[in-house]
Write a new protein. Sequence first.
Length: 178
Amino acid sequence: MSAGSVVNYGQDHAFLGFYRGRPDRRGRGFGLATWRTGLEHAAGRTVGLDGVPAQQDDYRSSSFTREHGTLCYIGALSAGQEPDRHVRPVEAAGLRALLAYDGACPPADRPRFLESWLAAPGHRALVRIVDGTLMGYGVLRPGRDALRVGPLFADTRADAEALLDALITEADGPRRAA
């Protein structure tokens, strides 16, 4: 009747997501039981979540505070005209550099997760490297109803836009020269 996911990243951080309840079963305590069980699984870690606006009052009542925003867009996208020469397949950065970059983004060190995420079937990952410096990375992945981008971490808006344009191009099939 309800479901949720809590992923523990080491001893200090966890992430709660996919918290859902069947609309026809709401008001019976299933969701609250799922919520409590998920938080117990986190066992004293700092817990992050993507809070939908309609539920933010409920999250505050469970002692959550808003720290950052997440942007979600839905719709058809079209890539820029010219591919950015600084955007490359993720292997161009090397795993060690990518893990170091990722470690500075979410508040958790998550090498096992990232290695699995990058290698998952249907996932396509790109990096942006300028003058030998990793400026960001993004992953295009299959979703239930459409392709999805995430994560996408970048140092600047220009880095993010270049990565998003390249990921959109990947969705239509690679068009870059090797």
